[in-house]
Design a protein around this ligand. Structure first.
Ligand SMILES: NC(=O)c1ccc[n+]([C@@H]2O[C@H](COP(=O)([O-])OP(=O)(O)OC[C@H]3O[C@@H](n4cnc5c(N)ncnc54)[C@H](OP(=O)(O)O)[C@@H]3O)[C@@H](O)[C@H]2O)c1
Length: 292
């Protein structure tokens, strides 16, 4: 079976060559999108604190610079920048708002009246994790600061209309330069929770999925096929890459974490038929094995 993310036919044959501004290209998700989208599109990517050759600098708080950059004639503005670690957002809600909400207002003002469409990378953390699964129609109820900022940013786009909110779950894999996911497995032991359930998405599948969904409007969910615990995911990645870490099962939040995490986040879509690759094929790809 040829999976859409591996087939090279990551896009419909008629998909046009787009001029894309990719905010946060220096990050984990942005790096994956950069790799996927560059062969078919003209992509201008940005960094903030981690200079990378070929990317341009922008700080989301420099509103004039951000607006000027966006005004440079793009078809798509993909927004994958901001404050992402949940604990950091919880510790500084004002900073989280300044990085995750306010820039979206600036971006909307900047694209208004132009042909550019905004794509916001949002999160399953807009839900509280008490339902079996979540579709685009389900009401949001974030339980942490990060989730609340993502919901607030979504509201801005929804009020404006015409733009796309791509909600994604935990992303795993190897980025071209930023590896915030694999960094969790860097120590001699890796603690992973057995009571947090997710349907994680494999990074290389994200660009091809976006390429199939970019002309939608409103909210779209893109989840992985398999539903697993964090412990199962981390153990699978450890094994696939033969990493020198011991994955230790844990139950309940770490003592020092003040951040609430939704217990079960499974994103499903009623608006399209795309699901990310299953864990086995993703792990085989990560390990460099040929597809089954
Ligand atoms: N990773 C996941 O599992 C996951 C799941 C759901 C949704 N998402 C969403 O995906 C997007 C990217 O997440 P990620 O995991 O790739 O995060 P990440 O690795 O931490 O990357 C964050 C990006 O934002 C940039 N950035 C941070 N502060 C900035 C500022 N003040 N001005 C301009 N740029 C700034 C960073 O630039 P520098 O690195 O150069 O400083 C980096 O490019 C976020 O919107 C996140 O909510 C991620």
């Amino acid at each position: 079976m040829s999976l859409f993310w591996q087939s090279g036919g990551s896009e419909l044959p008629s998909s046009p060559r787009l001029r894309i501004l990719l905010l946060g290209a220096s990050g984990f998700v942005g790096g994956g999108l950069w790799t996927s989208l560059r062969p078919r599109h003209e992509v201008v990517g940005t960094f903030a604190t981690r200079p990378i050759a070929g990317l341009v600098h922008v700080d989301l708080r420099d509103e004039r610079r951000l607006a000027a950059l966006v005004a440079d004639g793009f078809d798509l503005v993909v927004h994958a920048a901001g404050l992402v670690p949940l604990e950091a957002a919880e510790a500084d809600p004002e900073l989280a708002h300044r990085l995750n909400v306010r820039p979206v207002e600036v971006l909307l003002d900047a694209v208004r009246g132009s042909a550019a469409k905004l794509v916001l990378l949002s999160s399953d953390n807009v839900f509280d994790g008490t339902r079996h699964q979540y579709t685009e129609e389900d009401p949001r109820s974030p339980v942490n600061v990060y989730g609340r900022t993502k919901a607030a940013a979504e509201d801005l786009l929804l009020a404006d209309g015409g733009h796309l909110i791509l909600r994604i779950p935990l992303v795993f894999g190897r980025g071209p330069w930023s590896n915030t996911f694999l960094a969790r497995l860097a120590g001699p032991t890796t603690t992973a929770r057995t009571d947090l359930v997710c349907a994680p998405v494999y990074l290389p599948s994200l660009g091809p999925a976006l390429a199939r969904l970019w002309d939608r409007k409103g909210v779209v969910h893109y989840g992985g096929s398999d539903v697993v615990t964090r412990f199962e995911l981390m153990s699978g990645v450890r094994q696939a890459l033969d990493l020198p870490t011991r994955v230790v099962a844990a139950h309940g939040p770490e003592a020092h974490s003040a951040c609430r995490r939704p217990p079960r986040l499974v994103l499903r879509s009623t608006r399209h038929r795309l699901l990310g690759p299953g864990l086995d094929s993703a792990l085989a790809h990560l390990a460099g094995l040929p597809p089954a």
